[in-house]
Design a protein around this ligand. Sequence first.
Ligand code: PMP
Length: 370
Amino acid sequence: WWAACHGHSHPKLVAAAKKQATTMSHVMFGGLTHRPAIELAEKLLKLAGPGFDAIFYSDSGSVSVEVAIKMALQYQQAKGHPERTRLATWRGGYHGDTRAPMTVCDPEGGMHSLWTGQWTPQVFADKPPARGATEEERARYLAHFDSLIDDSVAGIIIEPVVQGAGGMRFHDHELLVGLRKLCDKHGILLIADEIATGFGRAGDLFTTQAAGVVPDIMCLGKALTGGYMTLSATLTTRHVAETISNGAAGCFMHGPTFMGNPLACAVADASLALLAENRWQAQVSAIEAQLKQELLPLAALPKVADVRVLGAIGVVEMREPVDVAELQRGFVERGVWIRPFGKLIYLMPPYIIEAEQLSRLTAAVAAAAR
Ligand code: PMP
């Protein structure tokens, strides 16, 4: 599920976990630090590129989004804008299952509708135009988004380029440039949730980086440890970090017990070292080419509404919701595990998958789509 980019039981990741387990398994970051967290931070900041200077580690993707939202609110408080308490986002998004992330998930889809009326609604723009939109369509969309931002908004949070669990929709990198401009214009923060897209999944190491955009806050998780254990990181700029630390609270007010767990940091470090060997680009391009070749023709089938591929993500959208239980029986009979939801049958294989194995998956998807 987006996470196991190097597959299971990679010897280098296993070795990193073993070595760290025999050295020091965990210590709370209460006035202490440790080498695995520092070394990982240095690597991550370098990979994320100029603009990012600070990292906050936490336990899962959802918590890293909680942290990002809290950072944005604490930043606005420190700037003398306590009235800026809401987030703006677009419909069709997904940011996790804990409370603050749920408030910025799609307001109608998923579980969100269960909680209507129980919290202050966030600001929701329409779904972004699908990838391949014209400049004019993008400009019209950004003007619509702009018109919704008022003095109650602290920041914009989005999944850049790929809206994942909210519908597997793709949009143009250029929209991110437009959102960056909106944030600068209104004095609000841009939060990029790259938990699903980070580390090459959508064809670039980070989609924001590929768009030439530096968000104020970026959330990473899932493939950060190669999917071995749970760890997330919320990256931010020196400006945001220092503004928060110079505010009344004196620091960012969050301190999870297992923050920066050394075992997870050591495995993440080894995973980044594998990515740095730079095979992922060729692997992801090969997966993309094969997914296009084997999935795009399914668009001609009567029950198929759309097929889209980006990086190592392949999506077949059916016209009607699928019978998940029935499809899964067929998948298991073919010896594959694919988990459709709603109208979507989708694949995001590990980068190490072999062409034959991927063909087995696409053949199972084709059979289901037929
Ligand atoms: N944000 C995005 C974009 C995600 O795809 C997910 C996980 N599906 C999350 C946040 C939540 O991460 P976790 O499941 O690790 O809490």
